[in-house]
Design a protein around this ligand. Structure first.
Ligand code: ADP
Ligand code: MG
Length: 245
């Protein structure tokens, strides 16, 4: 059995206040994210939409500890990561976050199950038997009969599901996906979203998915819309209510 996160009281798993990321670019400053407040609870599946350049990837990078804010605060699983050092952030990423990107980045010489097992083999205190865990996750995502295949022998949708299984290998409470279906056809994209739903239902993982595809956003519990680095409501006005913890 894949162990389930305990979401009994639905605590806040991602909490941001006034989250701001400014990037110096020559003599100008790019305002990639401008004072975002948000609260995402355990087991929620949240979509992030918005035009290109609106700050979606910047937000995901700050949630995932790949980057630090210039102002504001960000807490992950109850831990304030705002001012953490690079080493501390690396530890948070290892323990708390699974990342999925548009490109699958699987290791071509390894089979599906070996790709999924790899992060467990690299963990300082492996929480699972690597190959048994890999098989469990691949089974859960409908890839039982693909586990001995190498990436080139798999379709794009299958490769992305292997990448998702790999992101879950060490059982992080949070899964972050940046345009996970951006490189897939519609049917394969649907299977990826259905995989996220399975994961949320079976394991209780909190999932944040950046997408520009409306049919994908519609399948989320909740959708946050970013415009020019700010969360806006359906009328395009700055949204404040309902996003704080
Ligand atoms: N490393 C960077 N250097 C300079 N500008 C950046 C960098 N990363 C992002 N930006 C800028 O910040 C803004 C938000 O980018 P991003 O978060 O990638 O948007 P999205 O993912 O919504 O397309 C854009 O104007 C982008 O050009
Ligand atoms: Mg982006």
């Amino acid at each position: 059995m894949v162990p389930k996160h305990n979401n009994g009281s639905r605590p806040a798993v991602i909490e941001a206040k006034g989250l701001t990321r400014e990037l110096p670019l020559g003599k100008v400053v790019i305002h990639a994210l401008c004072g975002v407040d948000l609260c995402i609870h355990a087991g929620e599946m949240v979509g992030v939409v918005g035009p290109s350049g609106s700050g979606k990837s910047t937000l995901l990078g700050l949630i995932g500890g790949l980057d630090s804010p210039t102002h504001g605060t960000i807490a992950i699983d109850g831990v304030d990561i705002t001012h953490m050092s690079e080493n501390q952030l690396a530890e948070i990423r290892n323990q708390k976050i699974g990342f999925v990107f548009q490109f699958f980045n699987l290791i071509p010489s390894l089979t599906a199950e070996e790709n999924v097992a790899l992060p467990i083999q690299f963990a300082s205190h492996p929480p699972f038997k690597p190959m048994a865990r890999a098989r469990e996750l691949l089974d859960m995502l409908g890839l039982a009969d693909r586990r001995r295949h190498r990436p080139t022998e798999l379709s794009g949708g299958e490769q992305q599901r292997v990448a998702i299984a790999r992101a879950l290998a060490n059982n992080p409470p949070i899964l972050l996906a940046d345009e996970p279906s951006g490189n897939l056809d519609t049917a394969a994209g649907e299977m990826v979203i259905s995989a996220f739903r399975t994961i949320r239902d079976e394991i209780g993982t909190t999932i944040v998915v950046v997408t520009h595809e409306h049919h994908i956003a519609e399948q989320m519990d909740r959708v946050l819309t970013l415009v020019d680095g700010r969360i806006v409501d359906a009328q395009g006005q700055p949204a404040r209510s309902g996003v704080l913890c």
